[in-house]
Design a protein around this ligand. Structure first.
Ligand SMILES: N[C@@H](CCC(=O)N[C@@H](CS)C(=O)NCC(=O)O)C(=O)O
Length: 406
């Protein structure tokens, strides 16, 4: 039996993957992004009912302010539609519609609101079934001050400065670090004010205000500055807060994975990582549901993925006499191998190791496969293409299959 025959068809891979994960996306043929996550509360509304919220957000799902709003919509189980705005080429109608011209903006019952904090507060006023601010008037007033403080206390600005500012000497860098640590100390104290792990006695808008920014800083500071917030004994409350956030299904749907953000930083800010490798978050790569979600995305989207690899990874140069058919077949074969590995783990690699050696050792196929897998590993962007957990599983599996080729 050859490897080609041993690996199931795309349809079969998709079927097995969908059996193991409830995650689904809506396709948007010809548009960017090519899929959109289905809001987890969409089923609450009868079909053909107009959705109460329209969220305008960035095409690549990188914006931390948009993440705040999406997080709240998921927590509050509000069904919503999304309109994507290309920030590199904003449509004139958006510039005319939104005074700041920034994302996020939202229409809540057809009324425009913009600026993430104002959108969060507007959602709170309109949708009270699952409140994210205390109902007691006195506590509510304090909570609103905390929300305001999260916006104005400069913790995120000082954090990003430490992350990306070009420093001319060690002293300057040490001073940026000290300023950020002072901000984190303040947050440590703020987290200690109420019982429990959150900023208030229950999860609230205050947590949502901080989550996307602190999550990005915690992911990137180790790679770009060798500085750790997570597992740092100076910040026990922040660490308990991160752990609790990561248990929330809504955060799992909206957050980005560390690699997405770390790969993006040089492009966004021209910075260079100081760490040699970008470590994957431990623990997530073996979660069956995340592996299945990654396989589902790949199987469902394999034609676009193959087209993207052919066009943008450089493999076309390996085509013999301009005929790309063998290159294309090799890409497809290795992507199927990856999907199969995500679904069946070691069984895939075992079959890989004991099959027809001629096929296994075809150097053109292996070289194309290695390029395709390496390209896709870093091309995946969470949560644009799949959830953060699935992205980690995808990258870890691509690394494993790549290693098996070598
Ligand atoms: N204060 C705003 C900030 C929003 C913001 O900075 N959005 C960025 C994307 S992360 C943006 O739209 N950038 C494009 C631009 O400024 O033209 C909020 O909280 O919503």
């Amino acid at each position: 039996m050859t490897v080609q025959n041993a690996i199931p068809t795309w349809d079969r891979l998709l079927e097995i993957a969908q059996h193991n994960t409830p995650q689904r996306r809506m396709r948007r043929p010809g548009l960017l992004p090519s899929t959109v996550p289905i809001p987890s509360s969409l089923h609450k509304l009868p079909l053909d009912t107009s959705l109460p919220v329209l969220l305008y957000r960035d095409t690549n799902s990188w914006c931390p302010f948009c993440e705040r709003v999406w997080f709240a919509l998921e927590e509050k189980e509000i069904p919503f539609a999304t309109e994507f705005i290309d920030l590199n080429n904003k449509p004139q109608w958006y510039i005319d519609l939104v005074p700041s011209t920034q994302v996020p903006a939202a229409k809540i019952d057809y009324e425009l609101v913009y600026d993430s904090k104002d959108i969060l507060l507007a959602l709170e006023s309109r949708f009270s079934d699952i409140p994210l601010l205390p109902t007691d008037p006195q506590e509510n007033a304090i909570a609103r001050l905390f929300v305001e403080d999260a916006e104005t206390n400069e913790s995120k600005e000082v954090g990003y400065k430490f992350l990306i500012k070009t420093c001319t000497n060690d002293q300057e860098l040490a001073s940026l670090q000290a300023s950020f640590e002072a901000k984190l100390d303040e947050l440590e104290q703020a987290l200690a004010k109420y019982p429990g792990v959150y900023f208030l006695s229950t999860f609230s808008l205050v947590d949502i205000m901080y989550a996307p920014h602190l999550d990005r800083l915690a992911a990137s500071l180790p790679v770009y500055r060798g500085y750790h917030i997570k597992n740092n004994p100076r910040f026990p409350n922040l660490n308990a807060w991160f752990a609790a956030l990561n248990e929330r299904p809504a955060f799992g749907r909206v957050k980005t994975d560390a690699t997405t953000f770390n790969l993006l930083l040089p492009q966004l800010f021209g910075v260079k990582p100081s760490a040699i490798s970008l470590p994957l978050e431990p623990g997530l790569s073996e979660v069956v549901q995340y592996r299945a979600e990654a396989a589902e995305r790949l199987s469902d989207n394999h034609e676009a993925a193959i087209g993207d690899i052919l066009k943008n990874s450089g493999v076309q140069t390996l085509a013999v006499s301009g005929d790309v058919s063998a290159v294309k077949a090799a890409i497809e074969f290795h992507l199927k191998l990856l999907a199969d590995y995500l679904l069946h783990s070691e069984r895939t690699l075992l079959s890989w190791g004991c099959v027809d050696s001629k096929e296994t050792l075809d150097p053109l196929s292996s070289t194309v496969g290695a390029i395709a897998l390496a390209y896709m590993r870093n091309r995946i962007c969470a949560p644009r293409d799949m959830s953060a957990g699935a992205a980690v599983a995808f990258r870890a599996a691509a690394d494993k299959v790549l290693a098996s080729l070598l």
